[in-house]
Design a protein around this ligand. Structure first.
Ligand code: BGC
Length: 545
């Protein structure tokens, strides 16, 4: 039986909604979404039955990476509003039972951050060692390990700096677990300790204001030369100690994609998405124009063609699950602001089936804004590459579609002034239209989220038992089980019907259908654990048995 890890109770059946602030709702007509816009839409967010929001970075930034390049960790960027607006967002969200976690960009800043500007000075100062610099610009030119990763010739300092992501995101210096060059500082160097303390101070600042935790960006990127992750784990455990002591209701989720390490380090959950088999679910065909050559001829599992294979993905997940059981959670999102959206040539039924999967898998589901109405992955030359959103990121970050008509109700600005272009199809999905249609994707996803939020058998920690998950075959059948409930999930994204024999861990009791589409029947031979499952094309069923 799966063990409930030590994490805040509100997380047990939580569903998060990821809000990309610049693309959500604009209240001042500048074409960019803002915090007052999110506050105005809180009732809508509440109506989705989610109980938490993950807000992408909205701090002062030159926006070379859409805010993941921070220039002041303590201040909301004016384009989004003020710190007072943030405080109000926390308060209004809490009134509605919604928690808000912020994005903590821990591993780097922008080159425009005053700390970096100081650090790049020739003259030694307090911040000289807050970033990773070689001693002398020429010293690493013959070093294969580091040279290709260093930025040479920036500013007046005679040294090269190490970026963490784009060139304009210099890595903060958390130190090197072992040093193989004199410019590499040990983790207990006073400057590295000062960086650690500053990060904790930043966390305290927002938690004290009302934040409910953090999604930690590139959480594994701190501390170099640390192959067994010992020093990283030590730092994050220190952070978790602070959270346990002073903010026991706060939640920490890492972007690490190594749940066994991240949970050992003290995160309550880790996103598991940067692994190739994740693409097997939704993305093997790539998106139309920019098809990934390595995926040629392969098929996603969640496609009507029914040619996919679920076993590679489940192999990775099951292996990870064995390691994390009882220590925390994994979150396997369908998509997010870094990936193409789920809707690449999929219809409402396909999208609903994918969400039935998202909302019944173990761990904590994160729903990406706009997916609840089936916003499309956009592509084409008309999409600018803005603020580092190289494709497919530009096509998945376009503004939310609220109503039909001008800018889909996102902003009152001129049509060509929205943050990114709106979907050019005037009939693209929008919230208003789907509110009116009882069986719209929006309303069907609401039901699925509501089920997840209230069903103990779907709690993040409920055990996951694969029942029918065969190579190149459909449907996928699994159970979610805890002390109180036994949930059976049958998912058939293929348009073909199937009839399969399964063996259950126990006899079926009363079957209660909790949600379904299509036709599914289960026949169990009296007194045995064998059953026959018949599914129609494009169907799913979630039932308690
Ligand atoms: C974020 C990206 C960002 C990068 C650098 C990622 O993991 O999700 O959007 O560009 O970190 O901060």
């Amino acid at each position: 039986m799966a063990k409930r890890p030590n994490s805040p109770q509100w997380v047990d059946n939580a569903v998060f909604y990821e809000v990309y602030p610049q693309s959500f709702y604009d209240t001042n007509g500048d074409g960019i979404g803002d915090l007052p816009g999110i506050i105005e839409k809180l009732d809508y967010i509440k109506s989705l039955h989610v109980n938490a929001i993950w807000l992408n970075p909205c701090f002062v930034s030159p926006m070379r990476d859409a805010g993941y390049d921070i220039a002041d960790f303590y201040k909301v960027d004016p384009r989004y509003g003020t710190n007072q607006d943030m405080k109000k967002l926390f308060k209004e969200a809490h009134k509605r039972g919604i928690h808000v976690i912020l994005d903590l960009v821990v591993g780097h800043t922008s080159i425009d951050h005053p700390w970096f500007k100081e650090s790049a000075q020739q003259k030694e100062n307090k911040f000289s060692n807050w970033y990773i610099w070689t001693k002398g610009i020429w010293s690493c030119f013959n070093d294969n390990k580091w040279n290709s990763r260093l930025i040479h010739g920036y500013g007046s300092r005679d040294g090269s700096f190490l970026p963490n992501f784009f060139w304009s995101q210099p890595a903060l210096n958390f130190g090197f677990a072992t040093q193989d060059a004199p410019w590499q500082l040990p983790v207990d160097h006073p400057a590295c300790l000062a960086v650690r303390e500053e990060m904790k101070k930043i966390m305290r600042f927002w938690l004290d204001m009302g934040a409910d935790g953090f999604r930690v960006d590139m959480a594994g990127s701190i501390i170099r030369n640390d192959p067994d992750h010992k020093e990283k784990i030590r730092f994050w455990q220190e952070v978790r100690g602070m959270i346990n002591k002073d903010y026991p209701e706060a939640f920490l989720v890492s972007e690490w994609s190594s749940p066994d390490i991240a949970l050992k380090a003290g995160f309550h959950a880790d996103f598991l998405h940067w692994f190739p088999e994740h693409n097997d679910l939704f993305r093997l065909e790539g998106w139309k124009k920019s098809e990934w050559p390595q995926n040629k001829g392969k098929h996603s599992y969640f496609r009507k063609e029914g040619k996919g294979d679920i076993t590679r993905f489940l192999g990775v997940v099951s292996a990870a699950m064995k390691k994390v059981d009882g220590h925390g959670y994994m979150s396997i999102p369908i998509d997010n602001h870094d990936m193409p959206r789920l809707n690449m040539d999929r219809d409402e039924i396909d999208l609903e089936i994918a969400h039935a999967f998202l909302l019944t898998m173990p761990g904590i589901p994160f729903l990406y804004y706009g997916d609840e109405i089936g916003m499309r992955q956009l592509e084409g030359d008309y999409l600018p590459i803005k603020e580092g959103c190289y494709p497919p990121r530009n096509g998945s970050r376009t503004p939310m579609q609220w109503t039909k008509g001008k800018n889909f109700g996102f902003s009152k600005c001129k049509p060509n002034q929205t943050y990114l272009p709106m979907d050019p199809d005037p009939n693209a999905p929008n919230v208003n239209e789907q509110e009116k249609r009882p069986d719209s994707l929006l309303n069907r996803i609401r039901k699925l989220v509501e089920l997840h939020a209230n069903e103990k058998g779907l709690a993040a920690y409920a055990e996951f038992i694969p029942i029918y998950a065969e190579k190149n075959k459909y449907p996928l059948i699994f159970m979610r089980v805890n002390d109180e409930r036994k949930i059976l999930v049958i998912i058939n994204p293929s348009k073909k019907a199937y009839n399969v024999s399964i063996k259950l861990p126990h006899e079926i009791g009363d079957v209660e259908i909790l949600n379904e589409i299509g036709k599914i029947s289960i026949h169990q031979t009296f007194g045995s654990k064998d059953a026959q499952v018949k599914v129609s094309g494009c169907s799913y069923c979630i039932c308690s048995i």
